[in-house]
Write a protein that binds this ligand. Structure first.
Ligand code: URA
Length: 241
């Protein structure tokens, strides 16, 4: 692995800001291969050098990948003044530059990939790549008879946006109480897209959960709020996708 500056290495691993690390080094709190290092701008090899900060050995991790079952009441952002962020649900994260790949609404649950791999995020989110996203939803209001074919043809949303063809599967349609359970597969990710598609059919989404994104499928053993690192198999599928 290429050499990198000691302060960059420690900054990426969340030890502190560049100026805090400079101060720590000046005070002799940082060791490289067992020797006090006063200069925080020196180069190190993250693979072969052992770096210790305040007595704790700092391991370098260049990429991290977590699957989160996002609970309702959290925001898919790095910071928010009102709600807890999804990043607060990854306590084992080593890096400070993780971000959620795409956004789920505050009240949406389900699959969210959290990583610092910008290339992968771009491949999954690029509108030109048409990556399938599958959602489970509970819908209030009577679904029109031709709901499946209208979703398949593409709908015009309230702002004039035309959606790409989507696959609607009706899992349960209880005629009596006007509530249905459905699975919807879409290939784009416009703002509030699923909710707006059902609004265009005269219905309302009352519960929404993402089940999959491309080859990545929500691990149903994760309860809302729980996360785990991606397996090698999941990473392989994502990089081949
Ligand atoms: N579509 C929505 O309306 N909301 C989401 O959170 C995701 C897709």
């Amino acid at each position: 692995m290429a050499q990198m500056r000691l302060d960059k290495f420690l900054g990426e691993m969340g030890v502190g800001s560049r100026s805090q690390i400079k101060e720590m080094a000046r005070k002799g709190r940082i060791l490289v291969n067992g020797k006090t290092e006063l200069k925080s701008d020196r180069k190190i090899d993250p693979q072969t050098d052992t770096v210790t900060a305040d007595g704790r050995t700092v391991q370098y991790v260049s990429m991290e990948y977590y699957m989160l079952n996002k609970p309702a009441g959290t925001v898919s952002a790095r910071e928010d003044g009102r709600y807890p962020t999804v990043l607060e649900l990854i306590p084992q994260a080593k890096r400070k530059d993780l971000f959620p790949v795409g956004r789920l609404d505050v009240d949406t649950e389900g699959l969210l990939l959290i990583t610092n791999d910008g290339d992968l995020a771009h491949r999954l989110l690029s509108p030109r790549k048409h990556v399938d996203k599958v959602y489970y939803a509970r819908i209030q209001g009577r679904l029109p008879q031709d709901a499946v074919s209208r979703m398949e043809q593409g709908l015009v949303l309230e702002d004039g946006l035309c959606t790409l063809p989507a696959l609607l599967e009706i899992l349960e349609d209880r005629k009596g109480d006007d509530e249905s359970q459905v699975r919807l597969t879409i290939r784009e990710g416009k703002f509030h897209q699923v909710k707006r598609m059902f609004e265009a059919l005269g219905c309302r989404v009352v519960y929404l959960k993402r089940l999959s994104m491309g080859p990545l499928v929500l691990d149903e053993t994760l309860s809302p709020g729980q996360c785990r690192p991606l397996t090698d198999e999941e990473l392989r599928k994502l990089s081949n996708a």
